[in-house]
Design a protein around this ligand. Structure first.
Ligand SMILES: *[C@@H]1O[C@H](CO)[C@@H](O)[C@H](O)[C@H]1NC(C)=O
Ligand SMILES: *[C@@H]1O[C@H](CO)[C@@H](O)[C@H](O)[C@H]1NC(C)=O
Ligand SMILES: *[C@@H]1O[C@H](CO)[C@@H](O)[C@H](O)[C@H]1NC(C)=O
Ligand SMILES: *[C@@H]1O[C@H](CO)[C@@H](O)[C@H](O)[C@H]1NC(C)=O
Length: 225
């Protein structure tokens, strides 16, 4: 009983101190968002990202931001005219599950900074200017990934076999790149939750449709070319 009481009192004290400063309420997420904005060079699309008053969680109403229970869980920056690299500060949002950066002007190689986004389930990097090979250790991305869209970039080389480790993956959208190696049929064939797979419009080394794709019994959309 005394243990319970003590922890109750500690909890109330904690809530009291957290409640006394609006900046602390949100676990520092407002500050993190301002850092992301700065790291990205304050693009016009993020001009609503400003502290107007001290009401807590007002950042949940900023453009592109989705919150759940006051914590940022999604960033939707479709066609925000954002250029350059993805800042590592994004992964300071510990509950980030959904990241849509489609139709921007992002450059560089596959953004390994996102390996630290440990809650990530949805990643859309489609229609940007990414180049280079997918890293061999791409499975350092959250293994809870369900949707990965890299369509319409300039990625090259092989698909790493580590792609087969995302056992919860429902869609893998890789069409319209310059992948010119192999696509690891066996690894992809192990992704038994896959509902959507697109590999079309890539100069993959010619090969037959691998037998392993027969194991993808949940597949409802397959686009090869
Ligand atoms: C603070 O800003 C929020 C929206 O960002 C608004 O809903 C609220 O009314 C404002 N509060 C005050 C006291 O101005
Ligand atoms: C993004 O790319 C498009 C098409 O290439 C170009 O028209 C636009 O000016 C670029 N925007 C930025 C912010 O770089
Ligand atoms: C990218 O693919 C995901 C599924 O992985 C889909 O939900 C999303 O709409 C696609 N993005 C675009 C810009 O079509
Ligand atoms: C794939 O394309 C890149 C860039 O064009 C090239 O350097 C590389 O040799 C190509 N690889 C294969 C296996 O053709």
């Amino acid at each position: 009983m005394s243990n319970n009481n003590t922890s109750n009192i500690l909890l109330q004290l904690l809530l009291f101190f957290l409640g006394s400063g609006a900046e602390l309420d949100d676990g520092g997420e407002l500050q993190t968002l301002l850092t992301i904005k700065r790291d990205w060079g304050s693009p016009a699309a993020l001009s609503s990202w400003k502290v107007r008053n001290s009401s807590s969680f007002s950042h949940c109403n900023w453009a592109g931001i989705g919150c759940r229970n006051g914590q940022v869980t999604s960033l939707s920056f479709h066609n925000f005219q954002i250029a350059n690299l993805i800042p590592a500060s994004i992964c300071s949002l510990k509950n980030l599950k959904y990241l849509d950066l489609s139709f921007n002007n992002l450059t560089g190689e596959f953004p390994t900074a996102l390996y630290s986004c440990s809650a990530l389930q949805f990643l859309d990097l489609s229609n940007n200017e990414f180049t280079g090979k997918l890293p061999e250790h791409v499975d350092k991305l959250s293994l809870g990934m369900q949707h990965l869209n890299l369509s319409s970039n300039s990625f090259i080389g092989d698909l790493p076999s580590a792609i087969g480790r995302f056992s919860k993956l429902k869609s893998l959208v890789l069409d319209s790149n310059n992948f010119n190696g192999t696509y690891q049929g066996a690894a992809i064939g192990g992704l038994v939750e896959l509902e959507m797979l697109t590999l079309a419009y890539n100069p993959f080394k010619a090969s037959l449709i691998p037998n392993e794709f027969g194991k993808l019994t949940k597949l409802t959309y397959l686009w090869l070319s």
